[in-house]
Design a protein. Structure first.
Length: 334
């Protein structure tokens, strides 16, 4: 028997067990079984156990899932959902965005993010970010091209809805993934924040990362993309950034904990960003720099140059979006 047939039988069995003699049965057939059957037939789809768990959580949160499907009827989300059947269901996986989020929290993040983008951006630009990358800023130095781009997070879409990418000569060498989420999900009093959930260099790209760092005023790729994110926050009228700690990063395991701590916790601690009890690092926008008095003698001039360059990146990325926003994004409905 083909693997996908086993997957489909499991989906149907779970559905029959949980929804038999229930008025939701016919609705669930249309909402879940069709798209999940498509996933089951794809070799790269989720495992049978994962598919069954997703279906179970969808059925037990059917009101929430209807809201998701209603949102995804809007153009251009409908095109993305049609081309990617898992798009409407990924918030139902346990490791979506952050370890430990409930279904309600994951759904709130997904809905808030895409409602916000739909309200703030024209369809043409939104479609571009969902179907490919848009270039926010580009720097040409000698024969090299360094670009900051933004697009839908793929293939690691569980680790953030959007990714800021540092590209060197057209190749992505470092990325930062983020989602616009309601503040309450990370225990913030802010109405909404930008939540950073992935910060990673690409394997095999050490030479390009080194070249980019040296060429771009010794600003490390992570700090460069964080400056770009602050520009996006300014354009959208968002006053706070949060970042996941290593222990709550969706891909962190016991074996990889030390490496994740260095990539996440140590990075944000070095920037002077504090962590709260829920496992998130918080900072206002703009991120407050360390006083120059704390910088070693002989490094102050270089520090000023690096800060000025990051400010240029922030302004450039803010300006890209402000060009498409006829009114202040902070006045748009959340």
């Amino acid at each position: 028997m083909a693997a996908w047939e086993v997957d489909r039988k499991l989906i149907v069995n779970v559905h029959c067990t949980t929804a038999a003699n229930d008025s939701r049965t016919s609705a669930a057939n249309g909402l879940f079984l069709g798209p999940l059957s498509i996933l089951a037939r794809q070799k790269e789809s989720w495992s049978p156990a994962l598919l069954a768990g997703v279906l179970w959580r969808a059925l037990t949160n059917i009101g929430t899932h209807r809201k998701v499907l209603q949102l995804l009827k809007l153009p251009p989300f409908a095109e993305t959902a049609r081309d990617n059947p898992r798009f409407a269901f990924k918030y139902l996986t346990h490791d979506y965005l952050v370890q430990g989020f409930t279904v309600a929290e994951r759904a709130s993040c997904f809905l808030h993010h895409y409602r916000r983008l739909h309200a703030a951006l024209p369809d043409r630009l939104l479609r571009q970010t969902l179907q490919g990358d848009v270039t926010l800023h580009e720097i040409r130095e000698s024969c090299n091209c360094f670009a900051i781009t933004m697009g839908l997070s793929t293939p690691y879409d569980k680790e953030g809805e959007m990714s800021l990418n540092l590209q060197v000569d057209g190749e992505t060498v470092f990325l930062l993934s983020f989602t616009i989420v309601p503040g309450w999900v990370v225990e913030s009093e802010a109405a909404e924040i930008l939540l950073v959930t992935r910060l990673q260099g690409m394997r095999g790209c050490y030479r390009q990362i080194y070249l980019a760092t040296k060429t771009l005023h010794d600003v490390a790729p992570g700090a460069l993309l964080l400056a770009a994110l602050q520009g996006i926050a300014n354009a959208f009228g968002i006053g706070e950034i949060a970042a996941v700690s290593a222990s709550r990063q969706s891909s962190c395991t016991e074996d990889s904990a030390a490496a994740f701590k260095k990539a996440y916790d140590d990075f944000f601690v070095e920037l002077g960003i504090p962590e709260n009890s829920a496992g998130f690092f918080f900072s206002p926008v703009p991120i407050v720099d360390k006083p120059l008095a704390c910088i070693k003698q002989g490094h102050k001039l270089r520090t000023r140059e690096k800060r000025a360059f990051k400010q240029q990146i922030q302004l450039a990325c803010a300006g890209f979006f402000e060009e498409f926003m006829p009114v202040s994004s902070s006045e748009l409905p959340i």
